[in-house]
Design a protein around this ligand. Structure first.
Ligand code: B12
Length: 212
């Protein structure tokens, strides 16, 4: 199974064939992270076609489902690549108003396989829910995902809410998602940003050392 073929299956929204294809790639001993990379490339092209009005919402939905199917097979292979013990608690969530959770789920499962304790609040999560979870779980790292330009300001809302509760100094806030970069992340009050989930795990390991 060539990586190009995997990318193509995502672009062509082959939701019924993607699991077999991922299985085949893994059986051929392909690196699961490279498989993930090939699938993500497909999603980028789907996004581009949507922007160019070659694809519509139906195609976006199908692309999301194709990626989720693929990830079911891929996740255990990614998880098997690392097995460390790390008891740091991490809250992950997609911000309020945003219903994109594929990237967040990938980050969460990579963190899980790095041994972190994950509190996944799902998507469309407001600051109150995050504050409540910080208090209840004692988590010292909050990782937020925002895929929409319209919702990035929700990061600031979380930052402000943490400040108001006197928790901002205790909690590290890391963010990710396509509309963000390090500069914007900092402007919005976050401590850190990472381009992709693999890099995100590296950054979070560093933050975990700082809070422990
Ligand atoms: C699939 C998809 C959907 C699916 C989502 C399904 C799901 N359950 O997630 C559905 C159909 C629901 C959807 C809906 C919409 N979508 Co949409 N969608 C996409 C698409 C094609 C792929 C997103 C994706 O899953 N990528 C694959 C994952 C693996 O990548 P990722 O999410 O970027 O995550 C990686 C990194 O960003 C990073 N990361 C992500 N989060 C975090 C967090 C932390 C802490 C860290 C460290 C790292 C990190 O790591 C991840 C893995 O490496 C993108 C285009 C694109 N290429 O991004 C558009 C896109 C995001 N959508 C877009 C739009 C406009 C919409 C809609 C408004 C469309 C509409 N008219 O209704 C709605 C909004 C609904 C809502 N309220 O959220 C635009 C956003 C434009 C913008 N800048 O604001 C995009 C960019 C498409 C485009 N080019 O126009 N969408």
């Amino acid at each position: 199974m060539e990586f190009e073929k995997l990318t193509e299956l995502v672009i062509e929204l082959e939701v019924d064939d993607i699991q077999d294809a991922v299985r085949e790639a893994l059986n051929e001993d392909k690196d699961p992270f490279e498989v993930l990379n090939a699938l993500t490339k497909g999603m980028d092209e789907v996004g581009r076609r949507y922007e160019e009005k070659e694809y519509y919402l139906t195609e976006l939905v199908l692309a999301g489902e194709t990626m989720k199917e693929a990830f079911e097979i891929l996740q255990p292979a990614l998880a098997a690549t690392e097995k460390a013990e790390n008891k740091t608690k991490i809250i992950v969530a997609t911000v309020k108003g945003d219903n994109h959770d594929i990237g967040k789920n990938i980050l969460a499962s990579l963190l899980l396989s790095s041994g972190f304790e994950i509190h996944d609040l799902g998507m469309d999560v407001d600051e109150d829910k995050i504050i409540k979870e910080v208090k209840e779980s004692g988590a010292r790292i909050v990782a937020l995902s925002s895929l929409l330009t319209m919702t990035v300001e929700q990061i600031q809302a979380v930052h402000e809410a943490l400040k108001k509760e006197g928790l901002r100094d205790k909690v590290k806030l890391i963010v990710g998602g396509a509309p963000l970069n390090m500069q914007l992340a900092k402007q919005l009050g976050a401590d850190d940003f990472a381009e992709d989930a693999v890099d995100g795990v590296k950054h979070i390991k560093k933050l975990a050392e700082e809070v422990s």
